[in-house]
Design a binder for this molecule. Sequence first.
Ligand SMILES: Cc1cc2nc3c(=O)[nH]c(=O)nc-3n(C[C@H](O)[C@H](O)[C@H](O)COP(=O)(O)O)c2cc1C
Length: 186
Amino acid sequence: MDTPLRLEVIVASVRPERFAPVVADWFLRTVRAHPEFDTDVIDLAYTPLPVELTENEETAAYRGRLRDADAFVVVTSEYNHGYPASLKTAFDTAKHEWRAKPIAFVSYGGLSGGLRAVEQLRQVVAEIHMVSVRETVSFHQAKKRFDDTGDTRDGAAIDAAERMLHQLAWWARTLRAARAADPYPG
Ligand SMILES: Cc1cc2nc3c(=O)[nH]c(=O)nc-3n(C[C@H](O)[C@H](O)[C@H](O)COP(=O)(O)O)c2cc1C
């Protein structure tokens, strides 16, 4: 029970000029202050997954990372009121690896802070037997929320991150024990 929870942080944007690393790096600094998580990053910009959903060595390695994880956080932007296509490919590339595991969201964008993308993602993750964590971290007008060092003074986001990580840890611990006691019937 004391083994740290294996957390994979998935960075969705693959645009060359993306803002994603600023948000992701801030979140990683936040989560690494929580010793209950053993955290790693799957940056989709450096994890080429075929949109045709064909199999190769990279998809097998990717699925292995997912299989070993107890919890996930997606760092996502919003494009045209939806989430990035790279993220849909990332979900569709695996199946059983996601099941009976929790997922939380850190979103950013313009006025809506990426929240429309997150609400769509809740539908997708329900279909692949995941539990989505209620608390969300969201940055609206994201580029104005971070200083030159990549830090933020957005108190609402800082508080939300703490609440979200507590909820994620509870789900991850609970579901890890449940999967071990009785394999998920999915
Ligand atoms: C194609 C495109 C569509 C966008 N649509 C939205 C949108 O619907 N809502 C929003 O809040 N921001 C929107 N934006 C702004 C992005 O959220 C913002 O540029 C953000 O930095 C994108 O993340 P990235 O730079 O990490 O890729 C859009 C940006 C792009 C490039």
